[in-house]
Design a protein around this ligand. Structure first.
Ligand code: ZN
Ligand code: ZN
Length: 179
């Protein structure tokens, strides 16, 4: 059956996914039945930098990520470590096209150091997995869930992410179609 798994590419933008996260594909695959090959992509993020905000325009980066979707892939999720925004929001953990092909996740505000706390690589990894699954859920048509432990719960603060489990609740899981 593995041959028939759909492929969601994880795109490490300018080396945002460190080598020690090599288990990411397996961890994501245990939450949802897709294959998650990781590719490295280079994007000149300076083009999308807003001097005024000191952040990078999420939707514009997302359009570049979409151009890098390999032909055999269903979807692509780009991971960046820069701080991203859309004009109506102060910041974003990620952005996805609902039911679409592409998403972006920023690890910038998933780092403890961002909040003046000691570096915690395991926590950073756990938060990133949850945010990748969250954006993947949107790509698979899921909207936000009221269950605060569900990965589809909306997160305003990083503490909200820490309350979530790295999986879809039974209701969201029943809506997901992975075949
Ligand atoms: Zn969301
Ligand atoms: Zn849910």
């Amino acid at each position: 059956m593995n041959d028939h798994k759909k492929t969601v590419y994880l795109a490490s933008i300018n080396h945002a996914i460190p080598p020690y996260w090599q288990n990411m594909a397996n961890d994501l695959g245990s939450a949802v039945n897709f294959a998650f090959p990781c590719i490295e992509i280079a994007i000149d993020l300076n083009l999308f930098y807003s001097e005024e905000r000191g952040q990078y325009h999420s939707t514009l980066i997302l359009s570049k990520i979409l151009n890098r979707l390999p032909k055999n892939g269903e979807k692509i999720i780009g991971v960046t470590n820069v701080d991203i925004f859309v004009p109506i929001l102060t910041f974003l953990f990620g952005e996805a096209q609902l039911g679409g092909k592409g998403a972006i996740v920023s690890t910038c505000r998933l780092h403890n150091e961002f909040y003046g706390l000691p570096q915690d690589d395991r926590l950073l990894y756990a938060r990133t997995i949850k945010e990748v699954l969250h954006e993947l859920g949107h790509l698979l048509d899921l909207v936000h869930c009221r269950d605060y432990e569900c990965v589809m719960h909306s997160s305003t603060y990083v503490e909200d992410i820490d309350l979530k489990k790295p999986q879809f609740c039974p209701v969201c899981q029943s809506i997901l179609t992975t075949d």
